[in-house]
Design a protein around this ligand. Structure first.
Ligand SMILES: CC(C)(COP(=O)(O)OP(=O)(O)OC[C@H]1O[C@@H](n2cnc3c(N)ncnc32)[C@H](O)[C@@H]1OP(=O)(O)O)[C@@H](O)C(=O)NCCC(=O)NCCS
Length: 168
């Protein structure tokens, strides 16, 4: 990954649990990032479930990114991972993935799992660069803005392949 280039006025964003008060800003980034965004209800439900939801905020408290993780039996399922346009290609997705690894590792889980749109080349590249591998496809998994369906790639990161030591 290239050297980090955060603006001088904005040191590396810091993590905080996502709260209901974050949802206006989360929805703004969500709508700007997906042709079929999650609804506010998806995030609200995440906050009242056993999910792990985080925000990354810059020095001026601006929202830079967020993720929603669902601990399952033996893996953490990444349900949503989004970086605001202005903050992309600065390593924030990698930081959120590293946080997910820590959470999985401390629960003794074997890895991380996610689905990503087949056409989402940027996200697939980001997951591959972190060490995820394609393990399958789900036909018609995602709805499209035009009312159709699009396939998803299922990707997994196995922690044991990194000796349980994959960190930021
Ligand atoms: C996909 C996404 C989360 C990546 O976030 P990011 O913080 O920009 O990613 P990072 O800076 O951590 O990228 C790390 C590496 O992944 C790869 N990568 C990331 N975005 C890429 C893109 N658009 N095209 C090609 N490679 C990309 C690069 O190898 C990059 O390293 P580099 O910048 O040194 O070349 C972000 O673009 C995003 O939020 N997109 C819209 C929402 C989305 O698609 N989320 C994923 C849903 S499954």
């Amino acid at each position: 990954m290239s050297a980090q280039a955060f603006p001088a006025s904005a040191p590396e964003p810091s993590f905080a649990p996502m709260r209901a008060a974050d949802l206006d800003e989360v929805m703004e980034i969500e709508k700007a990032s997906y042709s079929v965004p999650w609804g506010r209800g998806h995030f609200s439900t995440s906050l009242t479930s056993d999910y792990l939801a985080f925000c990354l905020r810059g020095a001026r408290e601006e929202l830079a990114g967020y993720c929603v993780l669902m601990p399952a039996v033996d893996e953490i399922h990444i349900l949503n991972l989004t970086v605001a346009h202005a903050w992309r290609r600065l390593g924030l997705a990698q930081r959120m993935l590293a946080e997910a690894v820590v959470r999985a590792d401390e629960r003794g889980m074997s890895g991380l799992l996610l689905e990503v749109l087949l056409s989402n080349e940027g996200a697939i590249a980001a997951y591959r660069s972190y060490g995820f591998e394609e393990i399958g496809r789900r036909r018609g998994y995602y709805p499209t803005a035009s009312g159709g369906r699009e396939d998803a790639i299922v990707m997994r990161l196995r922690l044991e392949e990194f000796g349980g030591k994959k960190r930021a």
